[in-house]
Design a protein around this ligand. Sequence first.
Ligand code: NAI
Ligand code: MG
Length: 331
Amino acid sequence: MKLAVIEGDGIGKEVIPAAVEVLDALCLDIEKVPFELGYGKWEKTGAAITDKDVRILKECDCVLFGAVTTPPDPDYKSVLLTIRKELDVYANIRPIKPLVGIKGLTGMTNFDFVIVRENTEGMYSGIEELHDDVSYTKRVITRKGSKRIAEYACKLAKQRQNRITIVHKSNVLRSDKLFLDTCRDVADFEGVTHNDMLVDSMAYSLITSPQKYDVVVTTNLFGDILSDMSAALVGSLGLAPSANIGEKYAFFEPVHGSAPDIAGKGIANPIAAILCVKMMMEWCEDTKSALIVEDAVNHVIKRGIMTPDIGGRSSTRDVGHAVAEYIRMRQ
Ligand code: NAI
Ligand code: MG
């Protein structure tokens, strides 16, 4: 397998090396292709991503990505939106599950749900018109886009509790009626139980009763916001991994950004990036390696080797080493 490794900017340069150390400890036959994209590249060359980069990325099977800082450039075209669209990784999968021994914002640990976010359209269509006194962003909802994300959510639901919650705002956004109706039709066809929630009451419900949910399917912007919020249930943005999945490619990235406030201090939590390796193993159908990574993460947390965001005193590197060392010992 050929894997593009993109550290990106800020803490991406710290958490991805830790994740790569863990990947290396699994001793798999993976060819790594290091890649520079993002703010650092934009400063050097004037472009955060080029057509040539996209071509090389398409020669890889999947991507491990840290985070990029958004450059202060009015004409900047988002690196992430470009990659998600070019690789057509339409399903953004964000599992929200407690880690052994870590209590998040609410103290609850009885939840385990997955946010399935449509990743190529909605509010992030990239169709924008900017003027001095008025600006527009076109929100695009298509039957095709809604159908395939609903199908993905139903496929996942069948491996779990066979139920999905469709999150929308169709009482105000008329475009969401198409999303809601399409998701309902797909779920009925697939024999998956479904209910639906308006996004604002869903935000409240996810914090107060997260145990009620299993697979949550929603549009691009809502999924982005709800998943950052849900990371607080787990305990830190530094604990939340995600996978962007398409027909051909997959792209794994922590939910968090480049965190300039802590970049360079060596204290970023690498667990979200390390759990991206676990998701990559699941995508490769290497369940054994996926379980080893999860087990190693839980073992290291239990030993108290943790970064400050979750109450520890260890560095990014210490946590990465400890997870990799545990895996090496078990091989
Ligand atoms: P952020 O996710 O980078 O940081 C939000 C807060 O969470 C900060 O206080 C940060 O220190 C903390 N945090 C994030 N990851 C952490 C980790 N692994 N360990 C410990 N603490 C962690 O979001 P922010 O500050 O809004 O954005 C910073 C930059 O990142 C911006 O330029 C933004 O555009 C970009 N961004 C990039 C993303 C990506 O590449 N996927 C996603 C989100 C933001
Ligand atoms: Mg986000």
